[in-house]
Ligand binder design. Structure first.
Ligand SMILES: [Zn+2]
Length: 450
């Protein structure tokens, strides 16, 4: 006998100012949203008939609040979560490479499976508390590669976030570990194919051109192509990456990656700080997504990405945080400032950065995860952020971006797939006090091992 179908969970968000760009003036006062089975099925304004919601829906009161689609972060490293505040004796990097060698490549080697799980859990909780409902993680733990993506995805799932993770393949720890990295991506992607309920997706992760030999690049490419995976890798972040590629292969980074078959519409090319005009054309021709991480670039003193030029050439440029905090609005704001400084134009970047965060990031994430994200619209995932904000000036659909960047908005509730995961600014799926206490203990142990 066929099993009776379980009724789909219904959530109703009621009473807020809902930003829905495709509806009339772009916002609904006293709006309501019905989410069924994780997706938005109806939106409207004013009275909501009981018959529209079905029996016993979960009601989320958004009265007096602002309701937006959850934000999306297209590149971060959850494994860096336990490094906040770390101090290392003699740490004084003079350039980007030294920073990698003296901090990040020491830290990632010391990570255990347990660290991977808890750093992803804490990073996901902090992201959700900042209104970010989808995160693309890029993971490295050379001392414990096998099943490390299960640990990372496990932490993300526990917190209730949507996103993807991948293992950054590299030759810097030898051929065996490069092979293990490729295998970990393959193993994880295959396991996900069998789990249709998972909210986590996958990529073939690669570190960066300067730590990848041609044979490794080809093996990773072939494995990814077999599974239909896109690539997620750092590209021309620092001039040292470009110099390495020119010296070893007599071509620049983007050209090398393009010739190796790494660039495509499914690929996330992170940073692209040092790209020539002809490389920008290659990125456009291959449809590669470029993810800029301005806070990271400024902090690492690697330079300012030619975002304006790439954007004007029609490249889909999105935002990532690269592990520098969890609030993606901070990256967008820093992006505007860096853009203006680079172009010496006090009006540059406002419109474009809005499109990058609120249009491009959702397009990139929707394609990668095969679900519509980033809009309050029927058929889209019920991923919402509900914000408290008593605006001192008029707020409408046209000036929302300025309020988001400059206002004192406070995250009140967050929903992922219609499920409330943050309430009153705190996670309602995990005990934050217990989780952070555990993270502090793990971080102290980790720092001692480095
Ligand atoms: Zn990165």
């Amino acid at each position: 006998m066929a099993k009776p179908k379980r009724a789909k969970a219904v959530t109703v968000v009621k009473g807020g100012t809902v930003f829905a760009p495709k509806i009339r003036k772009g916002l609904l006062d006293d709006g309501w949203i019905i989410i069924k089975g994780g997706k938005i099925t109806k939106i409207g304004e004013g009275d909501l008939k009981k018959t529209a919601t079905g029996d016993r829906p979960t009601v989320v009161n958004a009265t007096g609040k602002i309701v937006l689609p959850g934000f999306i972060n297209c590149h971060t490293h959850f494994y860096s979560t336990l490094a906040r505040g770390i101090t290392l004796a003699g740490y004084s990097p003079r350039n980007f490479k030294e920073r990698l060698e003296s901090l990040w490549w020491r830290l990632d080697k010391a990570l255990t499976y347990e660290d991977c799980y808890w750093s992803a859990l804490v990073g996901s909780v902090l992201s959700l508390k900042a209104g970010v409902t989808t995160v693309f993680d890029h993971h490295s733990s050379p001392g414990s590669i096998d099943k490390s993506l299960d640990a990372t995805a496990g932490g993300m799932g526990e917190a209730g976030i949507r996103g993807s993770t991948c293992y950054e393949v590299t030759d810097r720890d030898g051929q065996d570990r490069a092979s293990l990295g490729i295998y970990e991506n393959v193993r994880f992607a295959r396991a996900l194919k069998r789990d249709r309920r998972s909210r986590i997706g996958s990529f073939m992760g690669l570190h960066a051109s300067f730590t990848l030999s041609l044979p490794t690049l080809f093996r990773a490419r072939d494995a990814a192509n077999d599974l239909g995976l896109g690539f997620h890798l750092h590209v021309a972040e620092d001039m040292s990456d470009v110099r390495d590629s020119q010296k070893k292969y007599r071509r620049r980074v983007v050209t090398r990656l393009s010739e190796a078959g790494i660039l495509s519409k499914k690929t996330l090319a992170i940073h692209c700080v040092h790209v020539s005009d002809s490389e920008i054309m290659l990125l456009r021709k291959t449809g590669t997504n470029v993810i800029t991480c301005p806070r990271s670039n400024l902090s690492n003193a690697v330079g300012a990405s030619p975002v304006g030029k790439m954007f004007r050439h029609g490249i889909r440029v999105g935002f990532g945080s690269d592990g520098f905090g969890y609030n993606i609005l901070d990256d967008a704001y820093t992006g505007i400032l860096a853009w203006r400084l680079a172009e010496r134009l006090p009006d540059a970047g406002s419109v474009e950065t809005r499109l990058m965060l609120l249009r491009n990031n959702p397009i990139i994430a929707s394609r990668a995860l095969d679900i519509k994200l980033g809009e309050v619209a029927e058929g889209h995932a019920g991923d919402l952020v509900i914000l408290s904000y008593d605006s001192p000036t008029p707020l409408d659909a046209n000036n929302l971006w300025a309020h988001l960047l400059n206002g004192e908005l406070v995250v009140d509730k967050v929903l992922v797939g219609g499920k409330v995961v943050v309430e009153d600014g705190r996670s309602c799926l995990v005990d934050e006090t217990r989780v952070f206490e555990k993270a502090r203990r793990l971080a102290a142990d980790l720092w001692r091992r480095i």
